[in-house]
Ligand binder design. Structure first.
Ligand SMILES: [Zn+2]
Length: 236
């Protein structure tokens, strides 16, 4: 049987600094923390995802950093308390410094927080913006449905906020336009062949066109799946 590890309980040197580490190791912790925090922030930003619910990428990076620094010294006997506290101090200082700078330099703010992106305008998806975001149609339509939108013509403008949430501005009832229906059971019935003339919406960008013949390729997104457009008002 393996022998149990013998450690001296409440050895203050180990408790504070971790096993066999000089106090100067704290300087290395400073350097490690700054580097890893920046790497974390950069990678989260590169992932293209926006924040999670109410949290921006920046706040997420802070929570991840503090979380991992706090947890380890709680039960790893070889991890000291002081290095963890040093990480806390570094992360909080970085947080204050970056917040201060991004309040003054717009470019920094844009990198850290991102900026709101227009996803819908006049009942149509802003295709240029949409295709650059790592957001699926399903997610967008689901967010809209949760706000009682069942066809895009009810929406004047919608923005993807830096938190990842969608802000939606509606047309008043009398100005509602023709638009792409987004109820899942209806949305899946695209017209392969258009047999009768009528108002149709492009399933990819929501562009609405009156189609009379087999003019099938969408001028905005070059896709060709159409569905009969709706013009009903939004019921709340
Ligand atoms: Zn289209």
């Amino acid at each position: 049987m393996e022998e149990k590890q013998k450690i001296e309980i409440f050895n203050w040197e180990r408790l504070l600094m971790g096993e066999e580490l000089p106090y100067t190791f704290l300087l290395e912790v400073l350097f490690r923390s700054v580097t890893m925090f920046m790497v974390l922030l950069f990678v989260l930003r590169l992932s293209g995802k926006r924040g999670i619910k109410q949290l921006s990428i920046f706040e997420l990076a802070i929570i991840i950093s503090l979380g991992s620094a706090a947890g380890d010294p709680m039960f790893y006997h070889e991890v000291g308390l002081l290095p963890a506290i040093a990480v806390f101090l570094v992360v909080i200082t970085l947080y204050k410094a970056i917040t201060y700078i991004s309040g003054r330099v717009e470019k920094v703010e844009e990198f850290i927080e991102g900026k709101p992106l227009k996803l819908l305008e006049d009942g149509v998806i802003v295709y240029e913006n949409f295709k650059n975001e790592s957001l699926a149609y399903d997610e967008l339509f689901s967010e809209l449905r949760l706000k009682n939108v069942d066809q895009l013509g009810q929406v004047k403008k919608a923005f993807l906020e830096t938190s990842g949430e969608l802000s939606v501005f509606f047309y008043p009832n009398e100005e509602v336009k023709w638009g792409l229906p987004i109820q899942p059971d209806v949305f899946n019935q695209t017209e392969k062949v258009i047999l009768k003339a009528g108002v149709y919406a492009c399933c990819h960008c929501g562009l609405v066109k009156t189609i009379t013949s087999s003019e099938l390729i969408c001028p905005t997104c070059s896709k060709k799946s159409w569905i009969e457009a709706w013009k009903n008002q939004r019921v709340v």
